[in-house]
Design a protein around this ligand. Structure first.
Ligand SMILES: Cc1cc2nc3c(=O)[nH]c(=O)nc-3n(C[C@H](O)[C@H](O)[C@H](O)COP(=O)(O)OP(=O)(O)OC[C@H]3O[C@@H](n4cnc5c(N)ncnc54)[C@H](O)[C@@H]3O)c2cc1C
Length: 432
């Protein structure tokens, strides 16, 4: 098969598309605007705290089939770490309770009948919320499907905010239902948590780039595509920093850029094109300690802990860094960042001190705040309707990105699935 496949955007969608298409007969050129690939899932040297950090903590579940397939293809699998069991330690700071959600591996949810493995004070009748979410209509919100009680407050609400990056009052129940269908409803085997041991780039980017180079793909960083020529129903040229790149009839394009960039390139030029236009932020605070703390119990085994009754939802421990994630963070945009950091540090102390060998300092240590303003599209029913499929009105263009219609919220799994699907849409490979 002659010709070139141009992939615009070197985030997870673009990289997954490149890995899928490599070896299918087209020359692959990946254009990434930034200095490095990875997009919203990347590691970098941070001068402020003097070490390498991730832009944000990313948690994967064993259910994320496309991500695990990508890691198997690129050789990144053994860079993951986690408890290797469906274990999730939690603390409720408002009600001073601690527990470990310990899911049964198989499909039968034995854990719900064993009080020491489930959410404390939950009632079995509350499990109906799961059914309601999984059968939710397109216009329903998460809040409309949750039955009041400990199961919602201590598990489903934090789970929804993390998975959708959108408050429960406005978040799409159908999207959360899709996540539950692909994870919790399949049993603990599908819910084993994993995260990058050394860094997101070391897991998700570097092995993929090494693999792509072996497959003779061309990776062009600092190559922002600023405009496209469109004639007679196809893209005929790309314009980047090196000038114009004419396309022949054998060339294809996968556009794997964030929604606002795709809109700036295509809006009003490609019939039927729509894209989400409302976004939610994620706040990550990385606290660098004087020495690596020594964790105990399930916190030691997992390396992370869920927080209920706190501004933050998760705290991760990696060596001497404690990293905290605040999802759906638009609601804190007006707050003074220093005050926010001080409040969060007090929550971190209360959450971690009982499960560390030595207590944390009273005052926040060196810290780095990473505020991803447009971390994901707002996963509301209205925004979900604006997500386009991979096929476009242009014969040689397919769309990818976590904001396209993947059926999932904006996640690594959704982003990678969209990249793979774009390759299928252009007919460069077919699903195996
Ligand atoms: C802080 C944070 C925490 C998260 N946590 C999780 C988590 O725990 N689990 C999970 O599954 N997901 C999580 N996500 C979501 C996940 O990171 C994203 O869904 C995924 O990385 C999106 O990938 P993408 O390729 O669709 O988009 P992007 O990562 O945005 O990639 C698009 C790429 O296109 C490039 N680009 C833009 N314009 C141009 C141009 N004109 N020309 C060339 N290149 C261009 C950009 O530089 C970028 O590299 C999190 C996201 C954030 C921000």
């Amino acid at each position: 098969m002659a010709g070139t496949l141009h992939i615009i955007g070197g985030g997870m969608a673009g990289l997954a598309a490149a890995v899928e298409a490599a070896g299918a007969g087209k020359h692959i050129v990946l254009h990434e605007a930034g200095r490095a690939c990875g997009g919203r899932a990347r590691s970098y040297e941070d001068r402020q705290i003097g070490c390498r950090i991730d832009n944000g903590n990313h948690l994967l579940l064993s259910a994320n089939k496309t991500v695990f397939r990508y890691l198997a293809m690129t050789g990144g699998l053994d860079t993951l770490t986690g408890p290797r069991e469906p274990l999730f330690p939690f603390v409720d700071l408002a009600e001073d309770a601690r527990w470990t959600l310990d899911l049964s591996r198989g499909r039968v949810p034995w854990w719900v009948f064993q009080p020491h493995r489930r959410v404390p004070d939950m009632r079995l009748v509350e499990l109906r919320s799961l059914q309601k979410l999984m059968s939710a209509k397109e216009d329903q919100t998460v809040a409309e499907c949750l039955l009041p009680g400990a199961f919602s407050r201590r598990l489903l609400e934090p789970f929804a905010i993390s998975a959708l990056n959108t408050p429960c009052e406005t978040g799409s129940a159908a999207l959360l239902g899709a996540v539950i269908r692909e994870s919790l409803s399949l049993g603990g085997e599908a819910c084993v948590p994993w995260y990058a041991r050394d860094g997101l780039s070391e897991t998700l980017v570097d092995p993929a780039l090494a693999h792509l180079r072996v497959m003779q793909a061309e990776i062009r960083t600092q190559s922002r595509i600023g405009s496209l020529d469109i004639e007679r129903g196809r893209i005929t040229a790309l314009h980047g920093p090196e000038g114009s790149i004419p396309l022949t009839d054998d060339d294809f394009v996968i556009l794997a850029v964030p929604a606002p960039v795709a809109a700036s390139l295509l809006d009003g030029r490609v019939q039927g094109f729509t894209a989400p236009d409302a976004f939610e932020s994620i706040l990550n605070l990385h606290f660098r300690l004087a020495a690596p703390p020594r964790p105990l119990g399930t916190f030691a085994k997992s390396g992370f802990m869920g927080l209920v009754g706190s501004i933050a939802e998760w705290v991760f421990l990696r060596d001497d860094i404690l990293s905290v994630t605040v999802s759906a963070a638009n609601r804190f945009a007006e707050q003074d960042p220093d005050e926010l950091a001080r409040t969060i540090w007090q929550d971190v102390r209360h959450a971690c001190d009982p499960v560390l060998m030595e207590a944390l300092p009273d005052t926040p240590p060196q810290q780095r705040v990473v505020w991803e303003k447009r971390a994901t599209f707002a996963a509301t029913p209205e925004q979900n309707r604006l997500r386009p499929g991979p096929a476009t009105a242009l014969v040689n263009l397919a769309l990818a990105g976590d904001w396209t219609a993947t059926g999932l919220p904006a996640t690594l799994e959704g982003a990678m699935r969209s990249g793979v699907r774009a390759v299928y849409t252009l007919g460069l490979r077919s699903p195996s």
